[in-house]
Design a binder for this molecule. Sequence first.
Ligand code: NAD
Length: 465
Amino acid sequence: MKVAIAKETAPNERRVALVPEVIGKLVNAGLEVLVESGAGEGSAIPDSAYVEAGAAIIPTSKVDDADVVLRVQKPSAAEVKKLKSGQTLIGLLQPLIDPQTAQALADKGVTAVSLDALPRTLSRAQTMDALSSQANVGGYKAVILAAEAYGRYFPLLTTAAGTAKPANVLILGIGVAGLQAIATARRLGAQVKAYDVRSETKEQAQSLGAQFLELKSVADAAGSGGYARELTAEERAAQQQELNGYIGGMDVVITTAQVPGRRPPVLVTADAVKLMKPGSVIVDMAASDLGGNVELSQPGETIVTENGVTIIAPTNLPATMPAGASAFYARNISALLLHMVKDGNLDIDLSDEITGAVVITHGGKVVQEATAKLLGIEVAKPEPLAPVAEPAPEPEAAPVIEPEPEAEIIEKVLEEEARAEEAAQATEAAQATEAAETTETTETTEEPETPLETPETSTTDGGKS
Ligand code: NAD
């Protein structure tokens, strides 16, 4: 079976669906991997690296001859037209934001598989979770952008020239991106406060060293599947009012709040921005054409308000860190592809918990309920795979393995870093003691009349002579 990696064509998209490191696994599974020439350019991966890993380079015109096409973003209307019946397309297709493209793919007879439809709380699907891997990159990069735009230090710094106070950073929304933003801002030495409407995030934020803000105006607003529910208009107004009291005192605010299938909630109003000091920075990670968490943010732009607050509203942060983001994405998409491959061929088993969730169109029809609902059509029932002769015996219930929460993963990394730092400090101290002892021994064994090395001889040649 031929699997092609298409070069991304969306504006400013620099990621690529597969990186050379994962090609071996696909080849071992009996797949022929074809890469559109230049597909890895944006992520600094030359064609030759793909060839060395076992793939073949093909021109653009040959991509649509493959049985499976892998992408990061959904195809353009022109690209959909070129696809052929019976082909499978895998990517972040966003069927709930753009159900029309899903319909066009169904009309073409293409099997559309969307990574953003993956059930996120299934333990065995974690390696395929592209939303998490890309949110992780985004949360990290948002803090880096904020630190770059902020004209002062993030950490507390005591120098001969004076002391710099640590930056006060507020993270709004403690999902995957928010947790990574907390961890990154803490690593840079900032004082971090964080807030989310889901009260279960309190412990997660605290475990990463952030202070959790508890608002009196909004009770827990956890929705289904680990996501937040949309707040009522009254709750929203009360929340904004209460948040204003905190935002004014912040140097940096990073917003990551989302509600599935809805406009992102406005958490930082224009009035709140007026309360901030000149030089403060806001990064609105939720900004898109649907709106954002910051009333004044303009998607894709950086603006400076009259009172000197910089508002950055990036719309595709993972694409600004393309090599790192592609490496994670490649592991996600290859894990999902291999999950659906049997004996070197695709086996679309819609009764499988993972496959059934990510397949949006199949056999010329929209088969995913949520997308069909948006299109106002009946969801097509998946065809039975084979006649069932006898009821199969009840399988033994598999042990339920709880997925490792994102906060715990990040916390473990931080602990490992702390341990590594402690070990490095201990080694350094041991080396210093050893050096001191050696000097002492040398000094005591030296002949008393041996003249000491002059400072000139020890420094002018860098000690190399
Ligand atoms: P998301 O991008 O949908 O939203 C980001 C955060 O914004 C969420 O934490 C949400 O509660 C918060 N939010 C929404 N409205 C808000 C408001 N008005 N004020 C403040 N905060 C608000 O979330 P996500 O990062 O995609 O994560 C969604 C869920 O999936 C989380 O529960 C996460 O823990 C879970 N998840 C679990 C795993 C796992 O089990 N390993 C992996 C990935 C995600």
